[in-house]
Design a protein around this ligand. Structure first.
Ligand code: PLP
Length: 415
């Protein structure tokens, strides 16, 4: 969104939004909580908590198999979320939405089911150097099993994928490209339209890991044109335990099951089992029914707040945070992509990130310190770890001020 477009958007009423998240009014160590770790897992609005609690108190039953009213109702509610999710990410058909536990499971599903039937010895799977371990290890396991090669597109000093570098890493043996839409360690928004065009021009399918994208921007999988898109509900202001795999119907339809068991079959005998149609084929066993209902409530809540207002507020907040951090000479921000979401990873000269996070915690400021499940990113920038503050639409300028005051305190203590 350009500055001119942002100026036309009705501003977000951040205090009203904050009132929707009960946890944001609690204290930690006697100080008001300043929650800056939404990239790890975000907080939940009351409507999500209520939807799940109401389901458990008055609507709970297992889905898809009961003939009684309660089960039929639970099934309708669960399936309604499939439609809400389809609409949320702009998929063409609700059968393209598979409920899984999280983004990790979704990538494993594709690597296992699609990967095992399409990747052979000597083939290549292409990822980037900014991936979360969830988008490295499943492919690495597949490559080890098949004798295939995992190739990695490097990133530049700003933490961006350069399209020329990507092009150079594609070969006639590339069978899959799997990259993040947004990096969890750097905040970089990748040029997914261009990456998808490049892959498809060569007939290569592409998976986008959207775990860090969907909490910050409106995503439309049909416009992007990707083959698979994955995300976790718990980063999207929904509960943990419910995530999403989007797959183009044509691809999903041709894929064998990932997990076997109840609810994914058409018929079972000891001689032969036949499998259900998609998406049921990929939803073996009892799912996190209440989690999916909570995910539906989270999506409806976000849409009621409005993406334009969310995006405009986050850009304003990020600019403010970047300026305030730039005024501290000891801070080196890691991840300075031209297009990024408010994920602020940084090194504080002379102080280990774990010490930074512990001092900040005493001030009520929750940040993450470590490798953020992206060890290759740490290696690329030659740091053992970073401190990471992430902003969501419920954060405020005074949260950023609290972070900066906390960092000044850290510097005094470690002088
Ligand atoms: N991909 C990215 C970019 C992430 O940031 C994360 C979690 O931090 C994941 C995948 C894995 O998410 P989950 O642990 O919910 O499966």
């Amino acid at each position: 969104m350009s500055t001119a477009e942002r100026a036309l958007v009705a501003p977000l009423d951040v205090e009203k939004v904050r009132a929707d998240f009960p946890i944001l009014s609690r204290s930690v160590h006697g100080k008001p909580l300043v929650f800056l770790d939404s990239a790890a897992s975000s907080q939940k609005p009351q409507v999500v908590i209520d939807a799940m609690s109401e389901f458990y108190s008055s609507g709970y039953a297992n889905i898809h198999r009961g003939l009684y009213e309660l089960s039929a109702e639970a099934t309708r509610r669960y399936e309604a979320v499939r439609e809400i999710t389809r609409n949320f990410i702009g998929a063409g058909d609700a059968r393209e939405i598979v409920f899984v536990r999280n983004a990790t499971e979704a990538i494993n599903l594709v690597a296992h089911s699609w990967g095992r039937s399409h990747v052979s010895e000597g083939d290549e799977v292409l990822i980037s150097a900014m991936e979360h371990h969830a988008n490295i290890v499943p492919w690495q396991m597949l490559c080890e099993e098949k004798g295939a090669v995992l190739r990695v597109v490097p990133i530049n000093d700003r933490g961006e994928i350069e399209l020329e570098a990507l092009e150079q890493h594609i070969s006639s043996r590339t069978r899959m490209i799997s990259v993040c839409h947004v990096s969890n360690a750097l905040g970089t928004i990748n040029p997914v339209d261009e990456i998808v065009s490049m892959a498809h021009a060569r007939g290569i399918p592409i998976l986008l890991d959207g775990a860090q994208a969907v909490p910050h921007m409106k995503v439309n999988v049909e416009e992007i044109g990707c083959d698979f898109y994955v995300f976790s509900g718990h980063k999207l202001f929904g509960p943990s335990g419910a995530g999403v795999l989007y797959g183009r119907l044509e691809l999903l339809d041709a894929m064998p099951p990932f997990l076997g068991g109840g609810d994914m079959i058409e018929s079972v005998s000891f001689e032969k089992t036949t499998y259900a149609e998609v998406p049921q084929r990929f939803e073996a066993g009892t799912p996190d029914i209440a989690g999916v209902i909570g995910l539906g409530a989270a999506i409806e809540y976000l849409e009621s707040v409005g993406w334009d207002a969310i995006e405009a507020w986050e850009v304003e907040l990020m600019d403010y945070a970047v300026d305030r951090l730039a005024a501290i000479p000891e801070v080196r921000v890691i991840g300075t992509a031209r297009r990024k979401v408010p994920v602020l990873s940084f090194d504080l000269e002379g102080v280990h990130p774990h010490d930074v996070a512990m001092v900040l915690d005493q001030e009520g400021v929750a940040v993450r310190a470590g490798h953020h499940c992206a060890q290759p990113v740490m290696e690329r920038f030659e740091v053992p770890a970073t401190t990471r503050a992430t902003l969501a639409f419920y954060n405020t300028r005074s949260d950023v001020d609290a972070l900066v005051r906390g960092l000044e305190k850290v510097l005094e203590l470690f002088d």
